[in-house]
Design a protein around this ligand. Structure first.
Ligand code: G3I
Length: 356
């Protein structure tokens, strides 16, 4: 299903150079009412030509107005890493460089070097950029962890304002709040929850909206790959936010999966969030395992996103198995030698099958 969400990928970034084929493809997609742009989209087929299946993940996703992205770590100088990143992916997110511990190591002293490098890299290549993550209980710098009450509230607000403000206009989607719910659907009892009470998530979203009015503002979590107690808890929050006009535009489903994953309610779960009026994004996809079983799970995730019009796209959590946070499970689409795995072919075929 081609995405029908208006303004899905209206560029929020400054003008970029585009190849002729990209401009042509954008014209085709724009004519179809899909405001999508991908730097790797194939040349628009002439009236007489048959539509050629796209040969890269980003180009295949662009055919249905979506992106296909990856988390990026600091391996720019490695030719195979950079070559695969450039060729295959139309969206990027910093695996660690834009988190609180990296961007504000000391109170009100900011270090944007890692994030700036990725943003500049992506902008020069016309790639979408996801921001990850403004507020999270993990990877907080040490000075945050002892703060209490309004002191913590002011520190959180300042962090969001300064980081989202620094990248304003360049980020397509921000993970504003990450992993704030427990498996039973209750709030995680983090320092943020304990010190600030239930209102801290709404506060974070309102602060982010002020700092960057253009970015899609996302709530991001794991273990939400089905209709379950955790996704129910998040669903209740998003429904309440939408009813009260709290600025939330998107829900991120991390989707850290195994090859035996039961995805029987995955699509319905995405759809029920989309029916609340938010976009849905697969934000950190990786699937522990190998061969056909792993490929089948990747295929199901891609097909589920393609079946939900408001699913903007998919991000895998890394380029190559060898740098994955769960490397021993070989969870990604390229092996340690940057060779395409069976799962790659399954995803590419699924994306091409949905070409508009
Ligand atoms: O930068 C330091 C380096 O200076 C030091 O020498 C080295 C050894 O201690 O550690 C380096 O920091 C590591 C950091 O990754 C950057 O490589 C941290 O120890 C390590 O804990 C951190 O792991 C990251 C993890 O989040 C932290 O929770 C992973 O790379 C990253 O893939 C993972 O990503 C998270 C998402 O942000 C949220 N969803 C879950 C996902 C997987 O945990």
């Amino acid at each position: 299903m081609t995405s029908s969400s208006p303004g899905r990928h209206t560029r929020t970034t400054s003008r970029r150079t585009r190849s002729a084929s990209t401009v042509a493809a954008s014209g085709v997609l724009a004519a179809a009412g899909v405001l999508a742009f991908s730097p790797t989209a194939p040349a628009a087929p002439s009236a007489s030509s048959t539509v050629q299946a796209a040969g890269t993940l980003g180009a295949a996703a662009a055919q249905s107005g979506r992106y296909f992205g990856t988390a990026v770590a600091e391996h720019y100088g490695e030719a195979d890493y950079e070559g695969t990143l450039n060729r295959e992916f139309s969206s990027v997110v910093a695996e660690n460089a834009m988190k609180w511990d990296a961007t504000e190591p000391n109170r009100n002293q900011f270090n944007f070097s890692g994030g700036d490098r990725l943003v500049n890299y992506a902008q020069q290549r016309g790639k979408y950029i996801r921001g990850h993550a403004l507020v999270w209980h993990a990877q907080q710098p040490g000075w945050v962890q002892g703060l209490t009450g309004d002191n913590l509230r002011q520190a959180m607000r300042n962090h969001i304002s300064k980081v989202a403000g620094h990248y304003a206009g360049k980020i397509d989607s921000w993970d504003v709040v990450n992993e704030a719910f427990e498996w039973d659907g209750s709030r995680r009892q983090s320092n943020l929850q304990k010190q600030l009470g239930d209102g801290w998530i709404e506060d974070a979203f309102r602060t982010a909206k002020t700092a960057d009015p253009k970015a899609k503002l996302c709530y991001n979590d794991y273990g939400t790959d089905a209709i379950n107690a955790k996704s129910d808890g998040i669903y209740r929050m998003v429904k309440d936010f939408r009813a009260r006009g709290v600025p939330i535009d998107c829900v991120g489903f991390q989707s850290h999966l195994s090859q035996n994953e039961n995805l029987s309610t995955y699509r319905q779960n995405l759809q029920r969030f989309a029916d609340l009026g938010v976009h849905v994004q697969i934000t950190e996809l990786d699937v522990g395992g190998s061969g056909a079983a792993q490929a089948n799970v990747y295929r199901q995730v891609a097909q589920a996103c393609l079946a939900v019009a408001r699913c903007n796209g998919i991000t895998v959590w890394g380029v190559t198995d060898k740098y994955s946070w769960r490397a021993r499970e070989t969870p990604l689409l390229f092996n340690g030698n940057y060779q395409k795995k069976e799962a790659y072919g399954a995803v590419l075929a699924a994306l091409n099958s949905a070409a508009g």
